[in-house]
Unconditional design. Structure first.
Length: 323
């Protein structure tokens, strides 16, 4: 790597950490690091945590940085780069993050939420490269989604589009953290898988031996991670839990296809890795929940970027070669 090489910085801000990486024009992460985030102090302390992580990366990288893309906690305004009132970073309220970072480093700065940015990274460099109408979902502790049409993130009128995790599929279902009932997030994200497993074990303890053993005989401690372990070992109850989850996701994705008609669906996140073996089952089941006669033809792909999706996504916001 020569001193003349160019790249962008991807910055991923969370409630506890700031991850920063140097990304080249092909989407390769050349270097990365992380620092603690100061989420509960003053606005300036939070900003100092971010600039400290950026400074540390810049000091060790020979790449000429031509832009900084930031995945910041929402709600936020992607047009102005203002972070509005994120629950995970309470130090910032109506905070002009893009303006502050741009003033310090004199480069273009873009700010967006992590799912939108990760969707763009997958479109530019990852699993969705070459597709026009991309629907991306990350399934982990929650469900975040992003929509990319012809290489551009779809933000909607106010910048709040793409909250696919809070599409309800059961108006009588459990109350989601957002306040609505039956959102796919409360039904199919990681915590929901743990709840479903605990309920099945409580109803039929004899079938839950493997899950109980993994949780050290403490049924209330069973999590989606235990379900994943048990499933990998062929446990029937764990398989049943995941099949129930897949059924719910199939209904949800059928709605998404009817609404957006994407030409590819990309799924990332820790739960997605667990469910990867069910992707073909989801595709086969989708026509039952979708009026689009070609729903089963839509590729359902595992995301290219895993734990580094925030860094790649941030960089994609300021990509040197969007296409």
């Amino acid at each position: 790597m020569t001193a003349a090489a160019k790249g962008v910085l991807g910055v991923d801000i969370g409630g506890t950490k700031v991850a920063v990486g140097v990304v080249d024009r092909e989407g390769n992460i050349l270097a990365q690091g992380r620092k603690p985030m100061v989420a509960n102090g003053s606005p300036e302390a939070g900003l100092d945590a971010v600039t400290g992580a950026i400074d540390s990366m810049l000091s060790s990288s020979p790449v000429q940085v031509e832009g900084i893309g930031i995945c910041a906690p929402g709600p936020l305004d992607p047009k102005s780069g203002i972070v509005l009132n994120p629950p995970n970073v309470p130090c910032w309220r109506n905070f002009p993050l893009a303006e502050k970072i741009s003033a310090k480093y004199s480069v273009p700065v873009k700010v967006d939420n992590d799912a939108n940015a990760a969707a763009l990274a997958e479109r530019l460099w990852g699993a969705a490269r070459g597709y026009r109408f991309v629907f991306y979902a990350t399934i982990g502790t929650g469900i975040g989604t992003g929509i990319v049409f012809d290489g551009t993130i779809y933000h909607g009128n106010t910048g709040s589009a793409g909250e696919g995790g809070h599409v309800s599929i059961d108006y009588r279902g459990p109350v989601c953290g957002c306040g609505k009932k039956g959102c796919i997030e409360i039904l199919a994200a990681g915590p929901a898988i743990g709840v479903r497993a605990r309920d099945k074990v409580a109803a039929e303890p004899s079938r839950g031996k493997m899950l109980l053993d993994l949780a050290k005989r403490d049924a209330v401690s069973i999590t989606s991670h235990h379900v994943s372990e048990a499933f990998e070992s062929g446990d029937p109850l764990a398989t049943e839990v995941l099949e129930d989850t897949v059924h719910l996701l199939t209904i949800w994705l059928g709605n998404i296809v009817d609404l957006l008609d994407p030409d590819v669906i990309v799924i990332g996140g820790g739960v997605a890795a667990m469910l990867r073996t069910f992707f073909d089952e989801i595709k086969r089941g989708m026509p039952e929940w979708c009026v689009n006669p070609r729903a089963s033809e839509i590729p359902l792909l595992m995301a290219h970027y895993g734990a580094d999706a925030g860094i790649a996504g941030g960089a994609a916001l300021c990509s040197l070669n969007p296409r």
